[in-house]
Design a protein around this ligand. Structure first.
Ligand code: AMP
Ligand code: ZN
Length: 118
């Protein structure tokens, strides 16, 4: 999304821009990860691209390396959080039926206890 007004209103763009605080656990040139403000599990991280994409449905062919990187970083952070062996879940919500509330693509990294089945 190129509209600067929309981007400046986006919660996660504002976290990326350091306009809003977050408990940041990882950063590189393309990706930021921070702890979910209302964790549903003992480990609940969000992994977001720095570029604004509204959700997984906005991914284009040129985003394939970025999409793969989100998964790799999610798994890397799960290892760092000590939940790689016990198990973890990476998921993204798209649209109202999935309960998406923040319209900036993000991967949830969930674990630290037995996760309820889907
Ligand atoms: P989703 O339903 O996939 O859109 O999930 C959005 C997630 O963002 C929820 O788990 C929220 O708890 C989380 N969230 C909302 N605002 C913040 C914030 N300021 N910092 C960290 N996480 C947030
Ligand atoms: Zn955004």
């Amino acid at each position: 999304m190129k509209d600067p007004k929309r981007v400046s209103a986006c919660l996660f763009c504002r976290i990326v821009a350091r306009e809003l605080p977050a408990d940041i656990v990882y950063e590189d040139a393309e990706v930021l990860s921070f702890r979910d403000i209302r964790p549903k599990y003992p480990v609940h991280l969000l992994v977001v691209p720095k570029v604004h994409l509204a959700g997984v449905a906005d991914l284009q062919v040129e985003h394939e390396p970025l999409a793969g990187k989100l998964l790799r970083i999610g798994a890397h952070l799960a290892r760092r959080e000590g939940i790689a062996n016990s198990g973890f879940r990476l998921l993204t919500n798209e649209g109202p039926d999935a309960g998406q509330v923040v319209h900036h693509l993000h991967l949830h990294v969930l674990g630290g206890e037995s996760l309820r089945g889907l």
